[in-house]
Design a protein around this ligand. Structure first.
Ligand SMILES: Nc1ncnc2c1ncn2[C@@H]1O[C@H](COP(=O)(O)OP(=O)(O)OP(=O)(O)O)[C@@H](O)[C@H]1O
Ligand SMILES: [Mg+2]
Length: 265
C-alpha cells in the first residue's frame, strides 16, 4: 500500500475492556513491512487490538490481508517492524531470542493448517515433545500427554503414528500438542483448511469446548464463514488493517448469520 493511502485510514482503536474482562493480548501501533526484491509490502499497518482472557476470537479476512503475519506477531514467531505486542503483560518485541522460544513453548500452543506433526512419532510422542522441551520429567510428561489426548477424544489412538490417523485425528493430535504445556493461548492458523466441512466443524467445536472447559484463549484465522459461530468476537482484517471487531451475537442479529457481504463493507 502506498505511504499516502496508508496515512489516510484511521486505525481501529480498541475500547476499554468490558467489566470483568481482562486484556491478555494487547497489540498497539504494529506495522510489519517486508522488503523483497526491491518491493516493499506493508503487511500490517498500525494494528491495534485487545484480546481478552478466555475468549474465542476469529480473525477473518481475504487471502493476503495479513492474518498469518498478525499471528506471527502475537505468537512471538516474528517481530513487528514497529509497535508493541504484549501477552499477559510481557512485551514480546523486547524479549531476547533465547527467551522467546521458552515463552512460546510455555504460553502459546500452535495449530497449523498442515498439522506439522513428526511422522515417525506416535500421538503420545508428538504431544510429549513440548513437555520434554520444557524439562518435564518423563513419567509426568506421559501422564499429561495421555490426559490431553483423551481430552481431544483420542484416548484410543495413543500409539498410532500420524500416517495411521485420519486428517481430523491428526489435527486433534496437533490440538493436544498445543495444549500440552497448559498454555494461556491457542493460536490456530486456518486449522480446518485441509479438512472436510464436518470434520472442520468438529475441530472448531473441540477448540470451543477447550476454551470453555480449560479456560484457554483461542485465536483462530479462517476464510470459512461457517466456522465463525463458535467465536465470541470476530476481527475483520483487510489490507493489513483491522476494519472492525464485532461480537458474534451482533452479527447474528444484523444479518441472520454471517455472509460474504461482510467482506465487502
Ligand atoms: N516473509 C515475507 N516476505 C515478503 N512478503 C511477505 C512475507 N510474508 C507475508 N508477506 C506478504 O504480506 C502480505 C500478508 O500476508 P499473510 O500471509 O499475512 O496473509 P494471510 O491473510 O495470512 O493470507 P492467506 O489467507 O492466504 O493465508 C501478503 O501480501 C504477503 O505476500
Ligand atoms: Mg495465512
Amino acid at each position: 500500500m502506498p505511504e499516502e493511502a496508508k496515512k489516510e485510514k484511521k486505525p481501529y482503536m480498541p475500547p476499554p475492556p468490558p467489566e470483568g474482562k481482562e486484556v491478555l493480548v494487547s497489540v498497539r501501533g504494529v506495522d510489519k513491512i517486508f522488503t523483497k526484491g526491491g518491493e516493499t509490502v506493508y503487511a500490517l499497518n498500525d494494528i491495534n487490538l485487545d484480546i481478552y482472557r478466555g475468549e474465542y476470537v476469529s480473525i477473518m479476512g481475504p487471502s493476503g490481508s495479513g492474518k498469518s503475519t498478525l499471528f506471527n506477531m502475537v505468537g512471538a514467531l516474528d517481530r513487528p517492524s514497529k509497535g508493541e505486542v504484549s501477552v499477559g503483560g510481557v512485551s514480546l518485541p523486547s524479549l531476547a531470542s533465547s527467551n522467546l522460544s521458552y515463552f512460546r513453548c510455555k504460553h502459546i500452543g500452535y495449530v497449523f493448517q498442515s498439522y506439522n506433526l513428526i511422522p515417525w512419532l506416535t500421538a503420545m510422542g508428538n504431544v510429549m515433545l513440548p513437555l520434554t522441551f520444557l524439562g518435564t520429567p518423563e513419567e509426568e510428561a506421559k501422564a499429561r500427554a495421555k490426559h490431553v489426548l483423551e481430552l481431544v477424544g483420542l484416548g484410543h489412538r495413543l500409539d498410532h503414528t500420524p500416517g495411521e490417523c485420519s486428517g481430523g485425528q491428526q489435527q486433534r493430535i496437533a490440538v493436544a500438542r498445543a495444549l500440552a504445556n497448559d498454555p494461556s493461548i491457542i493460536l490456530a492458523d486456518e486449522p480446518t483448511a485441509n479438512l472436510d466441512q464436518k470434520t472442520g466443524q468438529e475441530i472448531i467445536q473441540l477448540m470451543k469446548d477447550l476454551c470453555v472447559s480449560e479456560g484457554v484463549t483461542v485465536i483462530t484465522a479462517t476464510h470459512d464463514f461457517k466456522m465463525l459461530k463458535a467465536s465470541d468476537r470476530i476481527v475483520w482484517i483487510k489490507g493489513g488493517n483491522v476494519s472492525k471487531v464485532e461480537d458474534v451475537s451482533n452479527l447474528d442479529i444484523r444479518v441472520g448469520g454471517v455472509s460474504e457481504s461482510d467482506y465487502n463493507e
